[in-house]
Design a protein around this ligand. Structure first.
Ligand code: PGA
Length: 241
């Protein structure tokens, strides 16, 4: 694993954006696996800024997102589809037909998951997967206990995740209880992985994930078995590493 220590959130965002843009500069038709949540927001902001300056070109890039809430139409402001459009896709020259995310409203969940895995395989797999990490060690929505052999699947969200994410919904009952997510195997098949973390609340889980045993009870610990992982964290998040 390669470790970059950033001073603070902005420095973390810039360092991670640098790594993603190097990927795109070296391979303009890269397949980028993208993530949502609060941590990557600064990365997207930075990439958009560099795009506007003419420093990076996304015209040949394809993106596949990690996850999407089940039952939430894509135009809902809390959907990850909306998040991606609002924070990234609409501000760079990426072709809309090359941006993929599971369809949260798919009636046939199994078919949707299978189609998503086939799609990823069909575009040649993911060159670089951006990941955040949940306070409970989840990657994507692969919650503690998820088998390392999972492909894209529908998951029931844990109470911890619901608790943390319901701040984005007006009423608690609006918060979806399940989500589509790439599986651990889907994530591990990415050629390179870039995990970003910021803030003191991530320190303990990062320590468990990267220095503790490899176990499904800490999903991110599987990354110890991947041969090209880069971790970019700020001082608070890396305080125990
Ligand atoms: P966060 O979420 O970036 O909002 O902390 C990370 C995650 O749950 O993967």
């Amino acid at each position: 694993m390669r470790l970059y220590r950033a001073t603070d959130y902005n420095d973390m965002s810039r360092k991670a954006a640098n790594i993603l843009s190097a990927q795109v500069i070296l391979k303009p038709n890269s397949v980028l696996g993208l993530a949502t949540g609060s941590t990557p927001l600064g990365i997207y902001r930075q990439l958009v800024e560099w795009y506007k300056k003419g420093d990076i070109d996304f015209s040949e890039v394809t993106t596949v997102n990690l996850d999407e809430y089940a039952g939430l139409p894509k135009d809902k402001t809390q959907s990850y589809h909306y998040y991606m459009k609002h924070n990234f896709w609409d501000h760079v020259n990426i072709s809309p037909e090359k941006t993929y995310i599971p369809d949260g409203t798919a009636d046939d969940a199994k078919a949707e998951c299978l189609a998503y895995d086939r799609l990823i395989a069909g575009i040649g797999g993911i060159d670089m997967q951006l990941l955040g990490i949940g306070n409970n060690g989840h990657i994507g929505f692969n919650e503690p206990g998820t088998s390392f052999n999972t492909d894209t699947h529908l998951v029931k969200l844990t109470e911890t995740t619901i608790e943390i994410n319901r701040r984005f919904f007006d009423r608690e009952e609006d918060m979806p209880r399940s989500a589509f997510t790439m599986g651990i195997r889907s994530i591990m098949q990415s050629k390179r992985i870039l995990l970003v973390a910021s803030g003191a609340q991530k320190a303990e889980i990062l320590n468990n994930a990267f220095l503790g045993p490899v176990t499904p009870s800490v999903p991110a610990s599987v990354l110890q078995l991947h041969n090209d992982v880069t971790l970019v964290g700020d001082a608070e998040a890396l305080s125990l590493i």
